[in-house]
Design a binder for this molecule. Structure first.
Ligand code: S3P
Length: 446
């Protein structure tokens, strides 16, 4: 599964382009795709999924669910059938579960395994093996699971599930949908009621989908805004028909590209606009970006629209740190947009970016500075002095992407908005979330 393990690096130079024009449809949402397979694998009967993201991260989830007894089959492009084993009936995997580059697969599956009478070894690529798992080990240990992790609570690790697991009430110490989801998924096979207290709201796909699959899940909001999420365990999930909306995190690269490249006019169809995910669009609009929503509707229980994006001269702003969870994966793209805005963009409250697929504050600061942007790196954010619409100079030497798909795609966009182009040292990681990125980009060039 680890794309980096067996093939050579694939560098590519992204050159400035003329206007981007046309209509595209980005692949399915990664978060919803993972959850479709996991929940389908726990429901008894056939779950039908269309629009599934066929990226390496989701394929890692599919392989893991197969290894634990579910049948997960592709019938056509984006069209999958999952036959589940039922909550409580996951089988002991015979070999280590290879999570590749995927933090979401790892943390959510750790939740599932934690309340089953099985043990599993989780392994991953060099990037994933540096990421902190202590944040899920802690609550799942409280529920009775035991762990043998590598130093610092990292992969490879062995997880032995508890049977029965103990229901807990857990206040999230970090704003993380992955940690929230791990505890809720563990709660599925735990007798009684498991509670997660979420002081800062994060993406709510797990809550929506668990309810959609028939789990007894409730959300109440306390006066200080804390969300209290409860799930009753030993649930029975009913198979579903799911149409996965387009991934706003993938759309982000084309939104920013169309805003930055003069003369561009791009329509991106079927973009998921769940408010817990759509922060980038609000911020870009505050910066003066022209992003029009057309044909707003609902797909798979999620708000969706087509977006028409036209070239705009952006203005630097101070980004409200409270926006961070609703655009947590979009900061690398925002930093590129800010590099071409008029004036200064300040971001803060972004400590979490340091523990993504790479340290996205450090890596983007280095990458954009190499491409000619004016950047200051702070402990919890970047301050960027934009060019006022002038292209970036570009980068002669290859930009180090550190096995991070979003760094590669962001710097590809920086290349389009540069004078001399930007070389990305390795485009292979793009396949983790957006295998058709390059083809789609080429299709928009005029
Ligand atoms: C995800 C949650 C986010 C996000 C990741 C996907 C999910 O991580 O960065 O790409 O599907 O739950 P955190 O919850 O750790 O912030």
């Amino acid at each position: 599964m680890s794309h980096a393990a067996d093939t050579a690096m694939r560098p590519l130079r992204f050159m400035p382009s003329g206007p981007l024009k046309g209509t595209i449809r980005v692949p399915g949402d990664k978060s919803i795709s993972h959850r479709s397979i996991m929940l389908g694998a726990l429901a008894v009967g056939e779950t039908k999924v269309t629009g599934l993201l066929e990226g390496e991260d989701v394929l890692a989830t599919a392989a893991a669910m197969r290894a634990m007894g579910a049948s997960v089959e592709r019938v056509a492009e984006g069209e999958w059938r999952v036959h589940g084993v039922g909550v409580g009936a996951l089988l002991q995997p015979e070999a280590p579960l290879d999570m590749g580059n995927s933090g979401t697969s790892t943390r959510l599956l750790m939740g599932l395994v934690a309340s089953h009478p099985i043990s599993a070894t989780f392994i991953g690529d060099a990037s994933l093996s540096k990421r902190p798992m202590g944040r899920v080990i802690e609550p799942l240990s409280q529920m009775g699971a035991s762990f043998e992790a590598s130093e610092g609570g990292r992969l490879p690790l062995i997880l032995k599930g508890a049977s029965p697991a103990v229901p807990i009430s857990y206040r999230l110490p970090v704003a993380s949908a992955q940690v929230k989801s791990a505890v809720l998924l563990a709660g599925l096979n735990t007798p009684g009621v498991t509670t997660v207290l979420e002081p800062v709201p994060t993406r709510d796909h797990s809550e929506r989908m668990l309810r959609g699959f028939g789990a007894e899940l409730n959300v109440e909001v306390e006066t200080d805004g804390t969300r209290v999420i409860t799930i009753r365990g030993e649930a029975e999930l009913r198979p579903q028909v799911i149409d996965v909306p387009g991934d706003p995190s993938s759309a982000a690269f084309f939104i920013v590209a169309a805003l930055l490249v003069p003369g561009s006019d791009v329509v991106i169809e079927n973009v998921g606009l769940n408010p817990t995910r759509a922060g980038l669009i609000d911020v870009l609009r505050q910066m003066g970006g022209q992003i029009e929503e057309i044909n707003a509707r609902e797909v798979g229980g999620e708000p969706v629209a087509d977006l028409r994006v036209t070239h705009s001269v952006l203005k630097g702003i101070e980004v409200d740190p409270a926006m961070a969870p609703s655009m947590i994966d979009e900061f690398p793209a925002l930093f590129v947009a800010a590099s071409l805005a008029e004036g200064t963009t300040r971001t803060s409250g972004l400590d979490e970016l340091r523990v993504k697929e790479s340290d996205r504050l450090a890596v983007m600061a280095t990458a954009l500075a190499a491409a000619g942007a004016r950047i200051e790196e702070h402990e919890d954010g970047l301050v960027i002095e934009g060019t006022g619409g002038e292209p970036l100079a570009g980068a002669e030497n290859a930009i180090a992407t550190h096995l991070d798909h979003r760094i590669a795609m962001s710097m590809a966009v920086a290349g389009l908005a540069s004078r001399d182009g930007v070389e990305v040292d390795d485009t292979r990681p793009i396949a983790t979330s957006f295998p058709v990125f390059e083809t789609m980009l080429d299709g928009l060039k005029t």
